[in-house]
Ligand binder design. Structure first.
Ligand SMILES: [Zn+2]
Length: 101
């Protein structure tokens, strides 16, 4: 094969830019992350996140996130499914800018 394997954790499909645009539009360009107190982030979304890590690029597995939430999720994701499960149950340890009173 001539193409280079970038070794990314997630292999994005060729039409990812199209998918990404569609998800951002679907979610109103607002971050869909929900905090432990039930409030939605709602910050302007710049990223599209895979709810379950892996190669499921279906709309149901994608959501818009702001850069802050996406980075926070990615940084706490390990390489295992167990770590992925832990992320979804974990409470945020740092204060999100949108939650500052
Ligand atoms: Zn957010």
């Amino acid at each position: 094969m001539a193409w280079t394997n970038s070794d990314r954790a997630q292999r994005l499909p060729k039409n990812w830019p199209t998918i990404r645009r569609r998800i951002l539009r679907r979610d109103g360009h607002a971050c869909m992350a929900v905090f432990s107190d039930g409030r939605r982030c709602g910050m302007p979304a710049t990223d599209v996140d895979h709810i379950e890590r892996g190669d499921d690029h279906s709309d149901a597995n994608l959501r818009a996130l702001c850069g802050w939430c996406h980075q926070k999720k990615s940084s706490s994701e390990g390489g295992t499914a167990a770590a992925s499960r832990a992320v979804r149950q974990a409470r945020p340890t740092a204060q999100h800018p949108a939650l500052e009173d």
